[in-house]
Ligand binder design. Sequence first.
Ligand code: NAD
Length: 243
Amino acid sequence: MDLKDKIALVTGASRGIGKAIALELAVRGAIVTGTSTTQEGAADVTAMLKPHGGHGVVLNVTDAAACDALIDSLGQAGGVAILVNNAGITRDNLSMRMKDDEWDSVIDTNLKSVFRLSRAVMKPMMKARWGRIINITSVVGSSGNPGQANYAASKAGVAGMSRALARELGSRNVTVNCVAPGFIETDMTKALDENQTAALLGQIPLGRFGSAADIAHAVSFLASPSAAYITGITLHVNGGMYL
Ligand code: NAD
């Protein structure tokens, strides 16, 4: 229970990696608010977190007013101590065909919202002299991937932004780190055919795709007292992919 009573906010907690992160932090004692874009998803998150004192809420991370309102309401409850920016989307297209709205929606969701939520929690974290901001990036942010210029830019942007925030907030005992998943079995990656699956597995020295729990364990480590002296890093959790 090394996160006992810490207030945590996890975006995109109704499925996949975010769901595993929210549950892992809750099991380790944090009071977790997990977000979903739908009422139904928020109800599922509440059902999952309620036994551990947490709950689900509806949030679109691109809605600035809604983000501020949520951070304010959590401020009344003691303030967010652990922020996990997990929500993310892909809108793939080869660059020569990529439309502005495909670019903008990915950058807004994956990069701008991460900055905005981080900015909203940093003042109370600095005041409390304790905080953990953990951003979920991607192996694609460093390796690139055809058809994902928007996604790669958003994830590389988050990594750079996180290093800047780590420098800004370190003197107040607020750490800022990224976890970069490789290929994790979730809704985001389920559309692969047999050939694509075989080709990808061939690039992973550990010989399997990752699970959402693999990412959740890395996040809960970075949130824990054991990671007190780690800031500004990207922890790659990818089975050795692209090494
Ligand atoms: P997923 O599609 O299963 O889940 C994404 C979550 O983000 C969902 O809960 C969704 O509702 C939420 N979301 C999307 N747009 C949102 C918005 N505007 N506001 C609020 N929430 C929103 O995907 P996943 O695989 O669980 O991905 C989670 C994170 O991990 C993402 O940031 C993704 O880029 C990253 N990632 C995933 C993989 C992988 O292999 N699955 C690899 C690298 C990085």
